[in-house]
Design a protein around this ligand. Structure first.
Ligand code: AQP
Length: 347
């Protein structure tokens, strides 16, 4: 039986969401609502894989979880038509992650660049959770047997690992999968959806580094909570090079900061890079003014709606609880099937 075409994706509540999260992930989440059954998750169990000082402790985590939920809804995700919830309310994610801890190989995880970057030089001191993060991410997706995952470019390697885990599970348990009536494969080989003009938005201070919540400089990113003046200031201070904007795309080669700003403007306005350059080639100062206008007009209404939603935390919590119940109604039977396939007795 063909599985439903189902989208799953998640965002970590580890601080302020930024323009990279918005253009690379959340705008795609919104677009996909008309074509798929969508499940959007605030992945709070992933947030606690880094030191407590980074995710802000219990109160910080609760606030950030509500804030990501507010950003989803303010950006246009409809929690009535689709499912919005936080990961820790559906225990099946962690349950399946344990099974995947026993399927994935140490060598596979050792190659993950995100672990290397986040653990840094002090690997011995990194949490086991940070190392096993990709297994939990695979479980997040596969506990719903999701077929498509919209993400930014940085998550490509983790999605390839999720496919490897699904393939190994299907292979190792092939007989049991068939005997339990699931045909040749239980888990789909999920397709990443890494498309659009902003799959990798770069830092405003260094065009070779990804825009990131954990960058120590707030000037490196536009936060969804920034007001119009802050957005204007950050773009005016954004690093550029001495050359004017070129008339054609070839002229952006080896100019990471210029490419990034043009890419951001193209994504915000839905225009092609060629089109943007045709109109705005010349001094950066003029281009930065229109960039500020485009960012403010896109982000201000989202910012205002997020603030309104955050003033009623009980309503956000009610949305998350209802979403968790709906998510669990899909996850539980899948987890029961995994138990039967593996041979874990259940009630
Ligand atoms: N710079 C980016 N450009 C495009 N997409 C991005 N994403 C993140 N940064 C960019 C995408 O946003 C989604 C949610 O990401 P996340 O917050 O769960 O984790 P992350 O990728 O680790 O994001 P950050 O901001 O870089 O967080 P820190 O600094 O904590 O590591 C994902 O789809 C991601 O691809």
């Amino acid at each position: 039986m063909a599985l439903p075409q189902r989208v799953f994706s998640g965002v970590q509540p580890t601080g302020n969401l930024h323009l990279g999260n918005y253009l690379g992930a959340i705008t795609r989440f919104v677009e996909l609502q008309d074509s798929y059954d969508c499940i959007y998750c605030v992945v709070d169990l992933h947030a606690i894989t880094v030191p407590l000082s980074v995710w802000g402790g219990p109160e910080g985590l609760r606030t950030a979880t509500r804030q990501v939920t507010a950003a989803f809804i303010a950006s246009g995700i409809d929690p009535e038509r689709h499912i919005v919830f936080n990961q820790s309310q559906v225990g099946e994610h962690a349950e399946l992650a344990w099974v995947f801890n026993c399927v994935a190989r140490l060598g596979w995880l050792s190659r993950m660049t995100q672990f290397k970057e986040k653990a840094g030089k002090d690997r011995e001191n990194a949490s086991v959770g940070l190392f096993a993060y990709p297994n939990l991410m695979a479980a997040d997706i596969l506990v719903y047997r999701a077929t498509h995952v919209p993400v930014g470019e940085d998550q490509k390697q983790h999605l390839e690992l999720a496919r490897d885990i699904a393939a190994k599970f299907n292979h190792d348990f092939a007989e049991s999968i068939a005997a339990n009536g699931h045909g040749e494969a239980f888990f789909p080989l999920t397709e990443p959806l890494i498309t659009g003009p902003a799959t990798r938005v770069m830092s405003l201070r260094d065009g070779t580094k990804k825009m990131s919540k954990s960058d120590s400089s707030d000037y490196s990113r536009i936060n969804l909570t920034d007001d119009a003046d802050t957005i204007a200031l950050k773009f005016r201070k954004a690093r550029t090079d001495p050359e004017p904007l070129p008339t054609e795309i070839d002229g952006l080669a080896d100019r990471p900061e210029a490419s990034n700003l043009v890419g951001i403007f193209a994504a915000l306005t839905g225009r092609s890079t060629d089109d943007v350059l045709a109109e705005f080639s010349g001094p950066f100062s003029r281009f930065k003014e229109v960039l500020v206008e485009a960012a403010v007009s896109k982000l201000s209404p989202i910012n205002a709606e997020m603030r309104r939603l955050m003033s009623e935390p009980d309503q956000i919590d009610a949305i998350l609880t209802k979403g968790a119940e709906r998510a669990q109604a899909i996850a539980r039977p899948n987890m029961d099937a995994v138990k039967d396939i593996v041979g874990l007795l259940r009630r």
